[in-house]
Ligand binder design. Structure first.
Ligand SMILES: O=P(O)(O)OC[C@H]1O[C@H](O[C@H]2O[C@H](CO)[C@@H](O)[C@H](O)[C@H]2O)[C@H](O)[C@@H](O)[C@@H]1O
Length: 333
């Protein structure tokens, strides 16, 4: 099942954001037709996931919202013609969600003469979505493709995972890594950087003070959720994930309450949802979008007109990166 969409936004910066809604990775071909001559190449993913802040809301209403949102939290199906009420509606949707691959020539044209900088999300983008987060391996073919890409352009992985875990999957020392939703940024291993040889390998950790709190909350969540079959807590160093992909839907509301009961005691942490996962992270003004800006700056491309960043991602948190550059009011995020 495949869907991939592209955003080429903001005429000034020329950044491309590509979003995917699928169970497979982004480089699988699609059968979608390109839109007819839009004035801009726009689009991003559907607004399927709702970021649900926990603080100060009515509890029962909130829980219902949680469960609705949990149901919608991992889109796996490309919208088919039959899911639209009219052909017009279908065409309008396709126009707003064109296939990245069908826009390829236009992207190449826009990028001509500019320095491309690649930003890649990991889960659902480079790797397929699978039940066990510890087994979300990327294929050797995908690794070879990313390796080739990194030879041509500065390339970064921007992920919710901790860097060590994502590195154990990607295994490419020449890349930049922004782990923990951008809160842990590292440059290529010494000897592998072609772009910024003199910079230290750890570049930025804006949530360093939160480490003890994150460890404490991790332990509490493990304890609290251990009686829910299928729930899994993942420590992503500066943030946490509580997975419910393998939890019986009847238990979702109970699990949401358990997670909430822990996180509510930490007003400096926020709770949101990704694809069948609760994400817990520090409330700081930092996200994947900030990481993207930081990396561009580290590479010496700030305020540069001839840079052409491309961001490919499939999850709610990737929208923070899309939003950095989406100013066109017709673009969705
Ligand atoms: O920013 P990303 O690289 O997309 O990371 C976001 C979360 O991805 C992982 O969870 C997702 O993928 C799992 C493996 O396919 C799947 O089981 C889970 O349901 C998905 O939500 C990762 O395990 C999380 O820690 C990341 O925050």
């Amino acid at each position: 099942m495949v869907s991939q969409n592209v955003v080429v936004s903001d005429a000034k910066t020329g950044i491309i954001t590509v979003s995917t809604v699928s169970n497979s990775s982004v480089f699988t071909p699609t059968a979608q037709k390109p839109p007819t001559a839009p004035g801009y190449i726009s689009v991003s993913k559907k607004k399927l996931l709702k970021n649900l802040e926990i603080n100060g809301a009515d509890q029962s209403q909130r829980l219902n919202s949680w469960v609705d949102s949990m149901r919608a939290s991992s889109p796996t199906h490309l919208k088919s013609l039959s899911s639209f009420s009219s052909e017009e509606e279908h065409n309008s949707w396709i126009k707003r969600h064109p296939s990245a691959l069908n826009m390829f020539e236009r992207i190449i044209e826009e990028a001509r003469g500019k320095q491309i900088v690649m930003f890649l999300d990991y889960d659902g983008t480079l790797s397929p979505i699978v039940d066990d987060p510890d087994r979300a391996f990327m294929t050797s073919k995908m690794r070879r493709t990313v390796k080739k890409m990194a030879k041509c352009f500065p390339t970064s992985i921007v992920t919710g995972r901790c860097i060590d875990k994502v590195y154990s999957f990607v295994k490419l020392a020449e890349l930049y890594y922004a782990g923990s939703h951008g809160m842990d940024i590292k440059g290529p291993t010494k000897g592998f950087s072609r772009y910024n040889k003199d910079k230290p390998s750890v570049l930025y950790q804006p949530a360093g003070d939160f480490l003890p709190m994150i460890d404490e909350v991790y332990k509490q969540l493990v304890e609290k959720t251990k009686s829910t079959p299928g729930a899994k807590v993942e420590n992503n160093k500066f943030c946490l994930s509580v997975h419910f992909r393998c939890v019986d839907e009847k238990k979702w509301s109970e699990l949401a309450s358990k997670v909430r009961s822990v996180v509510k005691n930490y007003p400096t942490l926020k709770l949101s949802q990704g694809r069948k996962v609760f994400e817990i992270r520090p409330i700081i003004k930092w996200n994947k979008g900030k990481a993207l800006e930081f990396l561009l700056e580290s590479l010496g491309f700030e305020n540069c007109n001839d840079v052409f960043p491309i961001y490919i991602g499939d999850d709610k948190t990737d929208e923070d990166a899309f939003k950095v550059y989406i100013t066109n009011e017709n673009c969705e995020s």
